[in-house]
Design a protein around this ligand. Structure first.
Ligand code: ATP
Length: 335
């Protein structure tokens, strides 16, 4: 029976990378019935909202979605659709692996980290108000329950994937109450996993250590904003935002998307690197029990990127999105 998957192309480079990903997943022979739904600022005139109820209803029905990036207006305008989807579906764990592929030129050869970002709390609570003119307050929410479930998720994942170490990243020296709570919960939960090494690290020092030597890290768990920033940093260690996939996981639903945003500077030009969303697609295939197809695609991606003539501009190459996809489809046939 076909897997029913909700597909949200998004905006900016979203439709281009979503189309590329759909072509690759379909070519891998997985029987997928794509249910395409809209979201983003371009659809407000029709639905009265950037996140139509029918889009959310489709994810609730299929339980799995593949999503292109959606632009969030800066400073004013509607709130982030990406954040709203995560909150509405309680997708509390954002899984962001950063792994160097042998063919891609990078500063480090053997990066293999996973950032687990808490996806529903922190400064993304969106609770902001004007105290008096010229003074604005934003609330950063850390709860014991939210910390417990994300830290446990990180340890369980480390155990399943035979990982050696979990690092809890925080700023508890300054944010003594909120990050103090996060750190206390992490230390408590770590005792249930004596087979996995545990350390804690302050976020600014973690940024420096990631740049100096990313191989000292394995699984890192942290609150929302720290995870947003350090996962973009980590993508820079493996070739850039065009290479970094992610999964948003909750108890009932999962939404797979690239770490990058809508990249308006290159949208509509056929220049985007679709690898991040294609690899998000392979995370999705693992999730729905199609691991063999996922591994074939991963191998074909490696082989394709090993040839410099297939690389898009962000990787220093000249290939356009569809040149890369054509080469990838050919390699997939042979894999
Ligand atoms: P957001 O804050 O919305 O998540 P971001 O900070 O991740 O966005 P993007 O717009 O995704 O920012 O990316 C920043 C820049 O990186 C883009 O303007 C573009 O030049 C480059 N970039 C991002 N994704 C890709 C991609 N898939 N292919 C090529 N270049 C990309």
């Amino acid at each position: 029976m076909a897997h029913r998957i909700t597909l949200i192309p998004g905006d900016g480079i979203g439709p281009e990378v979503a189309q590329a990903t759909k072509m690759v997943l379909d070519a891998a022979g997985v029987d997928i019935e794509w249910i395409e739904k809209k979201a983003g600022g371009d659809h407000i005139h029709k639905f009265g909202t950037p996140l139509p109820e029918e889009t959310l209803a489709s994810i609730r029905e299929t339980t799995v979605a593949l999503k292109g990036p959606i632009t969030t207006p800066v400073g004013s305008g509607f709130g982030s659709v990406n954040v709203k989807i995560r909150k509405e579906l309680d997708l509390y764990a954002n899984y962001r692996p950063a792994k160097t592929l042998p063919g891609v030129p990078t500063r480090y050869k053997n990066v293999d980290t996973i950032i687990i970002r808490e996806n529903t709390e922190g400064l993304y609570s969106g609770l902001e108000h004007l105290v008096i003119p010229g003074v604005v307050e934003s609330q950063r929410i850390i709860t014991e329950e939210g910390s417990k479930r994300i830290i446990r998720f990180a340890f369980e994942l480390a155990r399943q994937q035979n990982r050696k170490k979990v690092t809890a990243v925080h700023k508890a020296n300054i944010l003594k109450l909120s990050d103090g709570l996060f750190l206390e919960v992490a230390r408590r939960i770590a005792r249930d996993y004596p087979d996995i090494e545990f350390e804690d690290a302050i976020v600014d020092a973690t940024a420096m250590r990631l740049v100096m030597d990313p191989t000292q890290f394995d699984v890192l768990v942290m609150e929302n904003l720290f995870g947003d920033i350090l996962s973009d940093l980590s993508s820079g260690l493996i070739g850039g935002l065009g290479m970094a996939p992610s999964a948003n996981i909750g108890e009932s639903y999962a939404v797979f998307e690239a770490v990058h945003g809508s990249a308006p500077d290159i949208a509509g030009k056929g220049l985007a690197n679709p690898t991040a969303l294609i690899l998000s697609g392979t995370l999705m295939l693992h999730h729905i029990g199609e691991g063999n197809a996922a591994k074939r695609i991963e191998k074909a991606v490696e082989k394709t990127l090993a040839d410099p003539s297939n690389r898009t501009g962000d990787l220093g190459g000249k290939a356009k999105t569809m040149d890369y996809v054509k080469a990838l489809l050919k390699n997939l046939e042979e894999t």
